[in-house]
Design a protein around this ligand. Sequence first.
Ligand code: SF4
Ligand code: SF4
Length: 374
Amino acid sequence: MKKLGFGLMRLPLSDAGNPQSIDLPQVCRMTDCFLEKGFTYFDTAYPYHQGASEVAARKALVERHPRASFTLADKMPTWLITDSGDYQKYFDEQLARCGVDYFDYYLLHALDKKNYADTLKHGGFAFMQQLKAEGKAKRVGFSFHDKAEVLEQILAEHPEMEFVQLQVNYVDWESKSVEARRCYETATKHHKPVIVMEPVKGGLLAALPPEAERLFKAARRDASSASWALRYAASLDNAAVVLSGMSNFDQLADNVSHMQDFAPLDGAERKVVEAAAELLNAGSAIPCTACQYCVDGCPQNIPIPKYFTLYNDRKRFRLAPNHANSYRNLAQSHGKAGDCIECGQCEVACPQHLKITELLKEVSAVFDAPAQKK
Ligand code: SF4
Ligand code: SF4
């Protein structure tokens, strides 16, 4: 299997304000080109495009191409499960939305410490084994968003899981909050192939600050910033597939051109990427490790590490509107940065001794102020 996978979570839209308005003719063209060039892996999930991604997979892929010509991955929305009977209900709905009678890869979506505990409680792992026995999921695994020690626990307790989907990219490789390297090494130690998600960090590594872009252009004038990020992830020996959430035909053409005759990064190229990572990470404003110790006691329910991550990314990368949207989405169900009452509980809990109350004022100045002006 070729290493590039088509992530169906940021598809082109006909109405930018409506995530369900997928531009199906363009997705059909992208799908056809992807298959023509010899790529086969497609990745969707229940919540992508508010349910419309799975339907687009049916219309652009399943209804237009022989079932054996592609590999389709889908994911169980673990956070929506409240009862063991829900697994079958969601799975049947996904089969119908996608128009298939089996998935090639099927994942428990977004396991972290909490979702893992809930999945254990509701019998999610037994359900995955049932799907495998019935032939409705050819391979079973999970996508993961937490620290390496939690991954170690899951893989030790569930060796029947066949693969893991991890967030791996060159800026997060040594990150203390994402622990990409440690998670990758944990999966490798357990002999689980890794499906890489977010190799371009949600598009951030495709739009670099000029000083980082200059490094890449000096090394290879013809290569896009996104292609460096994809090749970095794909160069990992245990990366089975690298997913790219492609948003238009041009992005797909660029990704495909760099991944068709894929060559791993050589030593000199690896040094260029490492220099870019160092430069980008030097711009990190808040050294939060996302350990979450500060979160539980906050009377204002402020998602402190998530806001710090958005703030750091806003400082480092050029795609400011995405960060404002992410902040607004989070603030709908949590306290805003400006809601902090300076009770100080979080600062006592923080092992990095961060002046959280002061830092939240900076976050508020960046994200709350523009929102209030509207
Ligand atoms: S100081 Fe602010 S952010 Fe920290 S726990 Fe209190 S209200 Fe929450
Ligand atoms: S306790 Fe400190 S380092 Fe940990 S998530 Fe909170 S702010 Fe970040």
